[in-house]
Ligand binder design. Structure first.
Ligand SMILES: [Zn+2]
Length: 420
């Protein structure tokens, strides 16, 4: 579910249609004034003034097409099938189509070149355009001082939830600067109307929840909160949704999970098409806010068979046995299809034609096999025995007491899983 290879477009976009209010003689002065405002709010100076380039809406559309043709369409196709397997997308929903239609990018920041791109479009609101420019200018300033944060956000592979948290810091901060600079308005960017609701939520998460998170950190994070949150950022959507799990004395870092290679029997002919972590954000979509709370880590692998069918192995860790039980109960209630073969409190097996789904809870962990052949069912025991869990929690490590080595060291613990 990683979005690597997508470059700046879509990730760091400014939004909406941007009126070229800065065209003409006053452009440089206006830009300088806005840069000064951003600088004061962030408490850092620009190492150099970012270059501002212009791009026509038509060129932007072509650029998107090129990215889709250069492997991004295939990536989205695999993501489509992975998310559909979990019920996060409907059969007829199509991410590549949605991306191709994405409307209204008004500006975006391009990390590799350090340039801001303004996308020309007539008839826009001048104030909104300036606000969007402030958003992009703060990206540029942040990137000049914390290049690692940006590098990591592009590199994280196979842990969409950690990437989502870093994106929330980046976008949330730029939104916070925009509001603090006096440009307050409801953003209208995001995927085209009618895009899948999961995709809409995923796209707006870093802006909406990221800004809430940054506001909380700004209120209670002490004087140098900005430097601390950028060098030691949250690593799960759980921490973004619940800032106290990042700001508190005992920081709730996620548990990293490595799945063993399982023998699911000779009838299981699938190849992996996706391996990732749904995080509390994804869990909310599946089981609702209540049952998703208490998440501490998860990892899945989805396999696709030659005929197009999919099956999966999924392991999740919860804060308590009670949280694990609640998840199992809610998940099986919502997604338990087929005929019940076994329906205990902590072990549930169901059958649809010749395929089986099995969920088992042990302590505060839950393992799920979904759509596997009967021969694969015993593998769930092996999964419990061989799964590797690493606590990312370190003594005393919190933004108020950064005992660890910052983002670089933390992310060593999140090496991307093998990309299918
Ligand atoms: Zn942005």
């Amino acid at each position: 579910m990683g979005m690597k290879g997508k470059s700046g477009r879509g990730q760091f976009q400014g939004s909406v249609l941007l009126c070229l209010v800065l065209a003409g003689a006053s452009q440089e002065e206006d830009l300088e004034a806005l840069r000064g405002r951003v600088s004061r709010l962030v408490g850092l100076g620009y190492r150099k003034a970012p270059e501002v380039r212009r791009l026509s809406a038509e060129d932007l559309r072509k650029q998107t097409e090129r990215q889709l043709d250069q492997g991004y369409r295939e990536h989205l196709g695999r993501l489509d099938r992975t998310l559909s397997h979990f019920g996060l997308l409907q059969e007829d929903e199509d991410l590549a189509g949605t991306e191709g239609e994405s409307p209204g990018v008004g500006a975006f920041y391009d990390p590799p070149s350090g340039a801001l791109y303004l996308v020309g479009s007539p008839g826009q609101d001048a104030r909104e355009a300036e606000g969007i420019l402030v958003h992009e200018l703060s990206h540029s300033l942040l990137h000049q001082h914390f290049p690692d944060l940006w590098k990591r956000s592009m590199e994280i592979e196979g842990n969409e939830d950690a990437r989502r948290a870093i994106m929330a810091v980046i976008e949330g901060h730029a939104e916070w600067v925009r509001e603090e600079a006096g440009f307050s308005f409801e953003r209208r960017d995001g995927p085209a109307q009618g895009a899948p609701s999961y995709w809409m939520a995923q796209t707006s998460f870093p802006y909406r929840w990221g800004m809430e998170f940054i506001r909380k950190v700004a209120e209670s994070g002490g004087e140098d909160w900005q430097a601390r949150v950028f060098s030691n950022p949250p690593l799960s959507s759980e921490q973004i949704l619940h800032p106290e799990k990042y700001l508190g004395d005992r920081v709730d870092w996620p548990t990293r999970i490595e799945l063993p290679d399982l023998d699911l029997g000779s009838e299981a002919l699938g190849r992996p098409i996706g391996s990732d972590s749904l995080g509390e954000f994804g869990m909310r979509f599946l089981v609702g806010e209540r049952a998703a709370a208490g998440w501490d880590g998860d990892r899945f692998v989805v396999y696709e068979e030659p005929g197009g069918g999919t099956y999966s192995v999924w392991y999740s860790v919860w804060d308590s046995e009670e949280d694990a039980r609640e998840f199992l109960e809610e998940y099986s209630r919502r997604f338990g299809v087929g005929q019940a073969v076994e329906s205990g409190q902590d072990e549930i097996t169901r059958r649809t034609n010749d395929r089986y789904s099995r969920m088992v809870r042990q302590g505060s962990d839950v393992a799920v096999l979904r759509g596997v052949p009967e021969s694969g069912l015993p593998a769930i025991e092996e999964l419990f025995r061989k799964v590797k869990k690493t606590e990312l929690r370190r003594a005393g490590e919190s933004p108020g007491n950064p005992g660890g080595g910052g983002i670089g060291e933390l992310l060593k613990e999140f090496p991307g899983q093998e990309r299918p």
